[in-house]
Design a protein around this ligand. Sequence first.
Ligand SMILES: Nc1ncnc2c1ncn2[C@@H]1O[C@H](COP(=O)(O)OP(=O)(O)OP(=O)(O)O)[C@@H](O)[C@H]1O
Ligand SMILES: [Mg+2]
Length: 277
Amino acid sequence: MTLVILTQTEQKHLFEMFKHLTRLGEQYPLAREEAMTALRCLKAIHSNAIEDKRVDRIFLQVLLHGAGIAEKSHISIEYQKASVELKGQDYMLKWLESEALQNTELSISMLLEMHRMMFEDSWAEGAGQFRQSDVKINLMSHKPPHFSQIAQLLHQQFTAINESLFSPRPDSEHNFSETLNLSARAHYLVANVHPFDDGNGRIARALGDYIMLVRGFYYDVIMTEYKDHYLDSLEECSLLDATPLSNFLKYSYLETLQRILGFFELVSKGNNREVGV
Ligand SMILES: Nc1ncnc2c1ncn2[C@@H]1O[C@H](COP(=O)(O)OP(=O)(O)OP(=O)(O)O)[C@@H](O)[C@H]1O
Ligand SMILES: [Mg+2]
């Protein structure tokens, strides 16, 4: 088992970088929007590739760009399904961005709507529906709860998460850390309960994203390369304590923020030159 935890110094560095990028995002709102789009695209590729190795990332890139053979079903029905779900996922994330601006609370209807948006064009009968039978997670010891408990478990935890989510801490460092903890909690809740027959991983990660969006954070992208660290952290979590996932998210977020830092440096240099600084 390989759990990754940032050192105190790395955590400080993460928070300093977060503050720096937040300031740059406020100064250059168009660049911030571009960075969010870039991260959403990266997320679409990695959130899919982390689960299913059959459609490699290079093909997901083709699908995301709408490139290649126009009618993907002429190649393979499964490939066509991946294409439609990728577009559904992008649509759902954009919808979450707009819901976050309105401070919409987490709810069962929001979760079902997220699932419906992702699957309505590929899996009409299952889109936006909770499972009605037992489900297993491949190669994992965790056994998701009986389907009759899904709604109650989600409802209880959503109420608690909403209470914290909409009362941010005044201390910004504490607020930063609490946001990642809440994101891990929401993410782990869906992963643990596994409310759907399919799509649980992607929806779990998207619900974690939603928490970060409400708090005005940049997206985090869990890279496929870290799949084992990610799964190991989930194995160590419980519904009462998602700290192992939260630690993993900090590790992942440091890399995500490093990825957009260079872009903002380029933007700020270019703008300084224009005004003759
Ligand atoms: N030990 C664990 N405890 C809780 N959740 C876990 C655990 N291991 C994996 N998961 C979650 O389950 C997901 C994989 O389960 P599964 O293959 O059933 O997903 P899925 O419903 O097919 O989702 P998708 O279609 O998005 O891949 C992982 O992405 C992770 O979010
Ligand atoms: Mg699946």
